[in-house]
Design a protein around this ligand. Structure first.
Ligand code: 4AD
Length: 450
């Protein structure tokens, strides 16, 4: 008999089926024993007797049985297969599981974050934990689909690189034979170079940040959903693209991930007809008026400022997303295009959502000589950027791009408290799968706490 996938059982009432999967839970009710069987597509209740008695959670089994309609009083509306159950004929154990370190049977997996991560391949079997990555998968595939439809070409770029792009302090140095190399902080320079070839490109690139920070929103390795486009008429075009991308992603997640969103009682972010756009200095002014906190001379928004301005745009415009534009030149990398009206600021933006930065983007300098001068101004050597500069020497249109942090968006859509929950195997200062020992038995020093 061919295997049936659990979600297809609902169409097979009265038929005998063969199922493969894991024992999610077992409940003994005297002579009757109930097992919830889980496969990649869903969960189904199996009803049997002694034959099920020896099964334990996470045993891998093959079950044959009859698909039956459940009595009306026993219907479980919470799951897609809740109207049917399997009357057991035969069970075969394919692999036994050892005793579990925690109970996986509850609706919520109530274990601490370190345990959740230490037992990743087990904790992710829990429906709710697995759901995070089904949502992330949709975000990524929607990003791909939407940009492909807009004429973007997907490219693959290297992550062993010769220089830092986003500022020198945060790079991991790699010993590269007899030379130094770095882990890429961003596919930035490569995606820009490829604008000269394809006009519009995107890439899903792992990015590495050696920030010595332990926060709930930073990883040392994260996935950037990066895009870059040529022939922009102004940097507003880039925000228009991000705006339609975000709306498209929400729509597709809403259609594909209803069950996953329900598990977290999550609602998709509210977005106004047009996402509000305001300059960083305007945002600081608003924050000052609302809170008396005077950060009007600061070069960036503090985390509390980001939360406050999101509260404001939700109240005033009914939008949980807001674009903040015109960050100061000295806070942005060398490739950022200065605001023609005030060169202390740049044609750059962040998209904030629900109190946190989700996206960074901006227009780039596309004039060769201006770029060379800026590299020097940032105290770098143009010869270290030869390959990059080539692309500009031979004709680069006005261009710009952006990067969406995949884990941050997943976290924020589902309302997770810690970004580590949105990374399958998160890397941070204290963990690269194994927990890193502290130096001299002391805790590592951290520069940022939030
Ligand atoms: O703001 P970032 O550093 O910008 C860049 O890398 C530019 N090259 C992007 C561009 O096209 N101009 O990073 C982009 C996004 C952030 O908005 C955030 O969502 C995410 O990447 N991000 C991180 N996510 C998790 N952990 C970290 N340490 C992150 N750093 C940035």
């Amino acid at each position: 008999m061919e295997r049936t996938i659990i979600k297809d059982i609902v169409n097979k009432i009265g038929q005998e089926v063969k199922l493969n999967g894991w024992v999610a839970t077992r409940r003994d009710h005297g002579k009757l024993v109930f097992v919830d069987l889980r496969d990649r597509s869903g969960i189904i209740q199996v009803v049997g007797g002694d034959q099920l008695g020896d099964l334990k959670s996470e045993d891998v089994v093959e079950i044959t049985g009859l698909v039956k309609e459940r009595p009306a009083s026993m219907v479980n509306e919470k799951i897609a297969t809740g109207k049917v159950e399997i009357g057991l004929k035969e069970v075969k154990v394919l692999a036994k599981a050892e005793d579990l370190p925690f109970d996986t049977g509850s609706d919520d997996l109530n274990v601490s974050l370190p345990i959740l991560l230490d037992y990743r391949s087990l904790s992710l079997r829990h429906l709710k934990k697995k759901a995070v990555f089904k949502v992330q998968e949709t975000i990524i595939s929607a990003f791909r689909e939407l940009l492909t439809n807009e004429g973007f070409t997907e490219i693959q770029v290297p992550t062993i690189v010769p220089s830092a792009t986003e500022g020198g302090a945060q790079v991991f140095k790699v010993k590269y034979f007899n030379h130094d190399a770095f882990l890429g902080q961003s596919p930035q320079l490569y995606k820009q170079m490829m604008v000269g070839v394809f006009e519009r490109v995107f890439t899903l690139a792992h990015a590495y940040r050696a920030e010595p920070s332990i926060t709930t929103r930073h990883l040392t390795e994260y996935l950037g959903l990066d895009a870059e486009m040529g022939f922009i008429s102004s940097f507003q075009d880039l925000m228009d693209m991000v705006e339609s991308l975000m709306k498209g992603i929400f729509k597709i997640v809403g259609e594909k991930n209803k069950e996953e969103l329900n598990l977290y009682s999550a609602t998709l972010p509210k977005v106004s007809e047009k996402i509000p756009r305001m300059k960083m200095r305007e945002a600081q002014e608003i924050i000052f008026k609302r809170t008396d906190r005077d950060n009007r001379q600061e070069p960036d928004l503090e985390p509390e400022d980001e939360r406050e301005i999101c509260r404001y745009t939700l109240e005033e415009f009914g939008s949980e997303l807001v674009f903040i534009t015109h960050y100061p030149t000295k806070k942005r990398p060398f490739y950022t295009f200065p605001d023609p009206e005030d060169s202390e600021f740049t044609n750059s933006f962040d998209l904030l959502g629900r109190g946190l930065e989700w996206v960074t983007g901006g227009q780039r300098i596309n004039n060769y000589q201006q770029l060379v001068d800026n590299i020097k101004k940032w105290e770098n050597k143009p010869e270290d950027f030869d390959l990059y500069l080539q692309a500009f020497k031979y004709g680069m249109p006005p261009e710009g791009g952006f990067c969406l942090g995949a884990e941050r968006i997943t976290m924020q859509i589902l309302g997770l408290e810690n970004i580590r929950e949105a990374s399958l195997f998160p890397r941070d200062m204290e963990r690269i799968d194994m927990r890193l020992p502290k130096k001299d038995g002391k805790k590592e020093k951290t520069s940022k706490k939030e």
